[in-house]
Design a binder for this molecule. Structure first.
Ligand code: ADP
Ligand code: SF4
Ligand code: MG
Length: 338
């Protein structure tokens, strides 16, 4: 597992949601179940996993956009949940979030250029008016929005809004970007532009927590991949090994196969937000042990299902910078779990 990082380091994160709906009868969802996370300066850490596995919640907790039930988040060594509101605002200059719904970050009454100017004024107070203007135009050019500089968000397409959001992020030079599905819902050409931009940003020594089910994007720009399932991180794998090693957690293997199948079926251009669930939503049963146990064919085949249901599997190192949370031995994992 990773060393403690000097940029972002989270330990034992627990986040519960209590449903108020009559149908669900006050049921509690454990969105994060004792999650540890380290992000080192200059690296891109990707979070993958099916819908509902807790990726967005983790992104929100480590930026304190949502509260925490247990655990600690250190940003540059400082406890993010211990700082007061004023200090938090100051801290927020260091990290930026890109969300699926990029429109929420855009001011409806301002043109793209005005928004960039505002960001520059806030985050780079040393720049004069002329320099700000020049810098804003450079950024707009970079994201291909210079001809649309005087438009307000309402007259921009989905892809243009996304690019405007990225230009704002470039303007603030944050230390950490949490990008939640930055390419979802975009058509292929715009998606490539966004990937190029993200790569450029990476080249500028930015650090990302990249939440994406787009395995092509993840392989292209991530250094490390964390696989989430039902509120837990169940595998950490170097990005180049994703789908290339035989030693994946049984769930990761299934996720890879599901992604390949979806690609083969030639999805419509407006792809879905997340991969479909490949596990059943019966978490309460498995909480004490491995969250994959209700669906794991390997456990049945190895005859270890009762142990898997009872005990939480610890991280098992299966290669360099590569671990999985599973009781199966590497040689057993290598055999296909169907
Ligand atoms: N505001 C909320 N209120 C209640 N439940 C929530 C809320 N946000 C997330 N959840 C639940 O927490 C779990 C994790 O959700 P989320 O973090 O959005 O997963 P992902 O981003 O991986 O799809 C899901 O079961 C989801 O229904
Ligand atoms: S710990 Fe058991 S149930 Fe969980 S993935 Fe491994 S073999 Fe399957
Ligand atoms: Mg999400």
């Amino acid at each position: 597992m990773s060393e403690r990082s000097d940029l972002l380091s989270a330990r034992g994160l627990v986040k519960r949601f209590r449903s108020r709906s009559l149908l669900r009868g006050g049921q509690t969802t454990i969105a994060l179940d004792a999650v540890d996370l380290d992000v080192h300066p200059g690296e891109v850490v990707a979070l993958i996993g099916e819908s509902g596995s807790g990726k967005t919640t983790l992104g929100k907790v480590v930026t304190r956009l949502t509260g925490l039930d247990e655990g600690q988040v250190l940003f540059e060594g400082e406890d993010l949940f211990a700082v007061d509101r004023g200090e938090l605002r100051e801290r927020r200059r260091s990290f930026q979030m890109v969300f699926q719904n990029q429109t929420a970050n855009l001011h409806p009454k301002m043109s793209v250029r005005e928004m960039l100017d505002e960001s520059l004024r806030l985050h780079r107070p040393g720049l004069g008016e002329g320099e700000r203007r020049q810098h804003a135009d450079e950024l707009l050019d970079r994201v291909g929005l210079l001809p649309r500089a005087d438009q307000r968000p309402a007259s921009l397409s989905g892809g243009e809004k996304r690019r405007a959001g990225l230009a704002r992020i470039l303007a603030t030079k944050p230390k950490l970007i949490v990008a939640d599905e930055p390419t979802s819902g975009l058509d292929a050409a715009i998606k490539l532009q966004i990937i190029d931009l993200l790569k450029q940003l990476k080249g500028e020594k930015l650090t990302y927590l990249l939440i994406s089910h787009d395995l092509g994007l993840v392989r292209r720009i991530a250094d490390r991949v964390l696989v989430m399932l039902k509120g837990r991180i169940i595998e950490e794998v170097p990005a180049p090994l994703l789908g290339q090693t035989r030693f994946h957690h049984p769930y990761t293997g299934r996720l890879m196969r599901a992604a390949d199948l979806a690609r083969d079926r030639r999805r419509p251009p407006r792809e879905r937000r997340d991969p479909p669930r490949v596990t059943r939503p019966d978490e309460a049963e498995a909480r004490g042990g491995c969250v994959y146990s209700p669906d794991c064919a390997l456990a049945e085949r190895l005859g270890i299902l009762s142990r898997c249901r009872r005990e939480r599997p610890p991280a098992q190192v299966v290669g360099e910078s590569h671990w999985i949370a599973c009781f199966g031995a590497p040689s057993e994992l290598a055999e296909e779990d169907e």
